[in-house]
Write a protein that binds this ligand. Structure first.
Ligand code: MN
Length: 250
């Protein structure tokens, strides 16, 4: 039995109707890693979110819109994009519930920001105007181009997953983590100091966040991003096995 993973999604008006959306790259990357992705709509219902996480083996927080700065107590910067309230509420509840349940979590781009904010951290709202000497993190390059280096800190779960301390990544973000939540530690930075990875400080909780888009890179010549999904899949399989053991006998 393969593990089943909930993948958060957005909604936006498309061809005359509000539609639930997720980039297909998440689906392929997860399926390729041996897990079954289930797309979860932006459901503004904390109890429903908790119920969903009770029947899956892992969670992926996907990329997307800027988080409403009101959530982390900041004034809105002019460059911050329009808020998606139901998605914010849904994903903050997903992250907090996953933390409480110890559910394996992979948080990508907006996802790493959701994870940090959900656990009490804050964000830099616009790298170009707020980080002196920053390199380009939101270029016009293709989503699969590895445009900047990232240093992975030795001894982190991320370094173990990637089997490397120095990689190159794609980069499609203008926001980044500022103050890191107490439950998280930094696992990776770009050369300009921008945080590119965080992970859970609790060894019992597999939670990795990355600021790049590994789901776009799993068909790349370099194996780093495939390894990241493999490590997540292994954590989800372990979770699925322990869930099975704990099921009551019929
Ligand atoms: Mn970047």
């Amino acid at each position: 039995m393969r593990p089943i993973v909930a993948v958060s999604a957005t909604s936006r008006p498309t061809e005359g109707a509000e539609r639930v959306r997720l980039n297909e790259a998440y689906v392929s990357a997860l399926h390729q890693a041996g897990v079954i992705p289930l797309i979860l709509p932006p459901l503004d219902d904390t109890a429903a979110v908790a119920q969903v996480l009770g029947v899956v083996d892992g969670l992926v927080l996907s990329g997307g819109e800027d988080i409403d700065p009101i959530v982390y107590g900041a004034e809105r910067h002019p460059a911050t994009g329009a808020a998606h309230e139901s998605r914010d509420n849904c994903e903050l509840a997903l992250a907090r519930t996953a933390r409480a349940m110890g559910l394996p979590t992979l948080a990508i781009c907006r996802g790493i920001q959701v994870l940090n904010v959900a656990l009490g951290g804050t964000l830099i709202q616009d790298i170009p105007s707020q980080v002196g000497g920053a390199q380009t993190h939101d270029g016009t390059a293709a989503r699969t181009d590895r445009v900047h280096r990232v240093s992975i800190f030795p001894g982190t779960r991320l370094a173990g997953a990637l089997e490397s301390h120095d990689i190159a990544v794609n980069s499609v973000h203008h926001q980044a983590l500022d103050r890191v939540a107490a439950d998280l530690r930094v696992s990776a930075r770009a050369d300009d100091g921008v945080i590119e990875g965080v992970e859970s400080c609790d060894p019992r909780w597999f939670a990795l966040g990355v600021q790049w888009h590994p789901e776009e890179l799993t068909r790349d010549a370099e194996a780093w991003d495939r390894r990241l999904f493999s490590a997540f899949a292994a954590a989800c399989r372990e979770r699925a096995a322990s869930r099975k053991e704990n099921q009551p006998l019929r």
